[in-house]
Design a protein around this ligand. Structure first.
Ligand SMILES: [Zn+2]
Length: 259
């Protein structure tokens, strides 16, 4: 076969493969991972309010509906029906701006979020006060744990991991007067022992830093996320990050089917 024909065949095959992947693959749920929404120039993880507003408008225009982790799992279990294009908007660390700046923008777009609070840091410096955590919860925000002291769980003993998981859960539940059953791993770090620890502590799931999307067969304790730091390429960067997660997810599905 001539070289040019071989190349054409490869291009057509790759095109068909992508068409199949994107048209027939079951859709996954993106879980976006934010930290701050503010004007901090030097903070890598601070998205400006204008940029956050543009990103939410883009999601809305593209048919996405914000749901909580609880709602995603109920949908996966078939207890409730998920919207056609669900998205989960999460914030790590529990910064004050999640309440002061992000919440009004979310509400403007009819969206909601999940905030992972470091229980040992709440009420200090730039972090949410307990009154703000309660106000977020009252206005539809799902509250999760981001441990007691923001330590990498993979680097401490299982006994210490259990203390971080249990104490933060107890404090958050006491302050909220509601169950707290989800956690985000600080620095995205965890081990197989961590998963057993979280199960023993009564958590129903946890967010990692692994890129991709989530489906009913995704491990509940290593949910994939789409990292959203300060964008350097405006809305394009946001679109590229979403697309990259879809591609990672598509290849995973393909790999599983070929196994
Ligand atoms: Zn963190």
């Amino acid at each position: 076969m001539k070289r040019v024909h071989k190349i054409s065949l490869a291009v057509v095959t790759a095109g068909l493969l992508f068409f199949v992947m994107f048209c027939w693959m079951p859709s996954g749920v993106p879980v976006l991972a934010y930290h701050m929404v503010g004007a901090e120039e030097e903070e890598l993880y601070s998205v400006s309010p204008a940029e956050f507003d543009r990103q939410l408008a883009y999601l809305k225009e593209n048919g996405y509906t914000a749901v909580s982790l609880q709602e995603m799992f109920s949908g996966f279990a078939g207890t409730t029906v998920l919207p056609t294009k669900p998205v989960i908007i999460t914030f790590d660390d529990g910064y004050r701006d999640n309440y002061l700046t992000a919440l009004p923008i979310l509400e403007k777009h009819g969206m909601k979020a999940t905030v992972f609070v470091v229980a040992g840091q709440a009420g200090q410096g730039e972090y949410l006060s307990w009154d703000q955590v309660r106000a977020l919860h009252k206005r539809g925000t799902e509250i999760g744990s981001h441990t007691m002291n923001h330590v990498a769980l993979s680097e401490i003993s299982p006994a210490e991991q259990l203390r971080e998981a249990v104490e933060s859960k107890e404090i958050l539940e006491r302050e909220l007067g509601a169950p707290v059953v989800f956690l985000a791993y600080p620095y995205g770090k965890f081990t197989t022992e961590t998963v057993a620890v979280l199960q023993a502590a009564g958590y129903h799931g946890a967010c990692s830093g692994i890129p991709g999307l989530n489906a009913p067969d995704t491990s509940r304790y290593s949910l994939k996320r789409v990292n959203v730091p300060k964008p350097r390429l405006g809305l394009w960067e946001f679109k590229i990050r979403l697309l990259r997660a879809k591609i990672v997810f598509g290849f995973e599905l393909l790999e599983n089917r070929l196994r």
